[in-house]
Design a protein around this ligand. Sequence first.
Ligand code: DP6
Length: 402
Amino acid sequence: MPEDSSHKPTMVTCTAPVNIAVIKYWGKRDKDLILPVNSSLSVTLHQDQLKTTTTVAYCRDFEEDRIWLNGKEEDINQPRLQSCLREIRRMARKRRSDKDSTSDVSALSYKVHICSSNNFPTAAGLASSAAGYACLVYTLARLFGVEGELSCVARQGSGSACRSMYGGFVQWKMGEKADGKDSLAEQVEPESHWPELRVLVLVVSAERKPVGSTSGMQTSVETSKLLKYRADSVVPGRMDEMINAIQRKDFAAFAELTMKDSNQFHATCLDTYPPIFYLNDVSRRVINLVHRYNSHYGETRVAYTFDAGPNAVIYTLQDHVSEFVQVVRHFFPSETNGGQFLKGLPVASTTVSDELKNAIGMEPLPKGISYIINTKAGPGPRIEKDSSLHLLRPDGLPKDTV
Ligand code: DP6
């Protein structure tokens, strides 16, 4: 923990990634501790394209804990935020009393200011809570000198956040204990393991905000028999198969499991009473397009997955990116058709054969997809060394507010 002898705030800034599950988490067995009914597995996306940045400061002069998200002050008393703050302060105190009894513990009683922002628009409908809580927990830990296992704390902010604490391919083991101590994230393989893997986020234009995942999954736990069957009888085997496919870099096996698991998650939503619909007409067209594309080539080259919203996330290999992007452009022509349609890693331009267009055989749907982000697997949370990138000013207030 840095020195805090002055009245100047002491601050740390970190960044954390988004993750997209290929075996979905859906349903809690304990709502307060956020313990899931099944294990899950995700790919951590590269922070060059999608990340949250968080600055946390403490100062003896701060009068209360405060938080600003994307430039707007929010309620610090939300129970999940409080759980993360309480847990990190507890760990910091414990560490102090175990290891370093002579050091100054006064900073632990100081209030904190937290400022967080995303490098992607919230309107994109991408789940930002995973990167957000992972970043909060990681930054607090760095500021208070807490080391070791932190996914257990991030989990208490948002379940999927525990998987954003690591880079590459990450599993969240559901655990068995009632206190949640064994419900942790673990890296399966680092991001360097499968360099050819690519991720395309297809941002679908949606009019309405769907049911949030927290309340949606609770209704599923209470009403869906399919959810129980999935958790007890399907996911355990799928986790083993998925880890195996990743370790062997077997794209066809990885892709098939990813699509089947997304479909079963959405089937569970439909089995919820009243039913929850996350997929829209564009999502279903993307599903058809992917299957027709794969069947044209007689091999699984592309996979889709959908979270609690209509956006499609596509997993594929580097060699197929340019053609598949061109296929998406053809069947979902954008309004501008300019460079803005494609963000992230560069994509070589190519043409699509009439044979392929005919094999897919769909009517083009203008403006169905707003834009595509081309990215890949990336590393876990990082400390930001450049102090000019702090989101708080030297007086501890945000640099940018709305
Ligand atoms: C569909 O982690 O957002 O994205 O734990 O209530 O905060 P809470 O839910 P959250 O749920 C994510 C659900 C999902 C699937 C997944 O990421 O595994």
